[in-house]
Design a protein around this ligand. Structure first.
Ligand code: LLP
Length: 419
């Protein structure tokens, strides 16, 4: 990670953070382009040329970041017409785009079919019929993969687990078999793949091996008399070790893409299918910090609160998943650590970044950095309480580039007639 202390001042590839806070104000997302490039390359290089590595836009969909990832030879995994439109704008070629999602609308499917994207994932029997109808009306024949809910435990936080039968995602194996059995009825689609995504922030290879074995077994069986399944898509989900994302540390993988590929390819290759993978978090999570200024410090009944100008509206993961992200002062000091609650300005008790956290003593006005916010940070931000969304800056070749302006009141209020 390009974040480290130089003379006790937090820097990103040689650029000092306090200067950026002065120039662009806070809260501020600060990205290191090199980190994204290295990790996109690492994922691409770990797999074979015939495999398709498609970046999941939902993790971070800033246009400059998308262009960077595209330039490294990855495709795109999108979950809405909005993400699809942006992926195309970023230059991803339609055949390298996969459209996933549990509740795609007619118009979103029509848009994807018209753009002739490479793969559409269907998550129910009704969706297969709908894709077939829309494609017929447009004289197209999209390639479709069926998403199965395999009832496999990803052993992750319950809010980001997707492969169990009480999760809404995918279809039962019985439904998949029924659809494959009557595939000749769907003349306007090429039913060619199976897709499984068991969850996110997966830290161990065991759930992936279980999923790959299940998918390979099913594909082999379905292909026994004729080749039907040509694509096995194993979703995304590779996790990172957030607790290790501290300045100067650059080892925070639970599992590398090489280790993942080593475990999975030997299972998938004998099927003759091409492997698709859709990483989001692993590629972008360590690339960014959220810079925030301490507005107030106070104590209530012995509990010390450090109140920052960033809140859950800027970075939601701690509030939503009880996620822990290291928080460090921008000016490193050897002042004694004290136990504090680091909280935002939003009118919600869940607006908290860290409870009982050991932070070196800081004063009001100090700058802090929340580490590892590149994935599901800005992309999950909101305007609740009408705080404008923060700016995003990226360090590219030792220079800062504003890659998204801070939102304005006009942008927040536009679209509401005032008569
Ligand atoms: N493919 C599918 C079908 C997915 O649903 C997801 C994530 C991915 C790929 C990418 O997963 P990744 O490699 O990023 O783990 N907001 C949550 C994560 C939600 C993930 C949703 N699906 C968080 O901040 O932890």
């Amino acid at each position: 990670m390009g974040f480290n202390y130089i003379d006790d001042i937090l820097s990103c590839n040689g650029i000092t953070v306090p200067d950026l806070a002065d120039e662009f104000d806070t809260p501020l997302y600060l990205y290191d382009a090199e980190s994204i490039e290295q990790r996109a390359n690492a994922f691409r290089d770990a797999f074979n040329d015939v495999d398709s590595i498609q970046y999941a836009l939902k993790a971070n969909s800033n246009l400059s970041i998308l262009k960077l990832i595209r330039s490294k030879g990855l495709g795109a995994d999108v979950v809405s017409a909005g993400e699809l439109a942006l992926a195309i704008k970023a230059g991803f070629s339609p055949e390298e785009i996969t459209f996933t999602g549990v509740g795609k609308r007619n118009d979103e499917l029509a848009f994807a079919i018209e753009k002739q994207i490479g793969l559409i994932i269907a998550e129910s029997k009704s969706e297969v019929a709908l894709i077939n109808d829309i494609a017929g009306a447009d004289s197209r024949k999209p390639t479709v993969a069926l998403r199965i809910n395999p009832n496999i435990d990803a052993k992750t936080h319950k809010n980001i687990s997707t492969g169990l039968h009480h999760n809404k995602f995918g279809m039962e194996e019985n439904d998949l078999r029924e659809l494959i059995g009557k595939r000749s009825e769907f003349k306007n689609i090429d039913l060619a793949g199976i897709h499984i995504h068991i969850g996110s922030q997966v830290s161990d290879s065991a759930p992936y091996i279980e999923t790959a074995e299940y998918a390979a077994g099913l594909a082999t069986e379905l292909n026994r008399s004729e080749t039907i399944i040509r694509i096995i898509n194993l979703g995304g989900g590779l996790g990172v070790n957030y607790d290790k994302m501290l300045p100067g540390v650059d080892e925070y993988n639970h599992l590398t893409p090489e280790q993942l590929a080593k475990n999975i390819l030997s299972i998938i290759e004998p099927t003759g299918c091409s492997l698709y993978f859709e990483p989001g978090r692993w590629i972008v999570a360590p690339s960014a910090i959220l810079i925030t200024r301490v507005s107030y410090i106070k104590t209530i009944g012995g509990n010390k609160f450090v109140i920052t100008d960033a809140g859950m509206t800027d970075f939601m993961r701690p509030s939503l998943y009880q996620a822990t992200h290291p928080i460090v002062p921008i000016i490193n000091s050897d002042s004694p650590k004290e136990q504090v609650n680091i909280v935002g300005p939003i009118c919600e008790s869940t607006d908290s970044f860290a409870e009982d956290y050991l932070l070196p003593q800081v004063s009001e006005g100090a700058l802090l950095a929340i580490m590892g916010v590149g994935a599901y940070g800005y992309s999950m931000s909101s305007n609740y309480n009408l705080h404008p969304r923060p700016a995003e800056v990226m360090i590219v070749n030792g220079k800062s580039r504003l890659i998204r302006k801070r939102e304005t009141f006009d942008q927040m209020f536009e679209g509401m007639p005032d008569n």
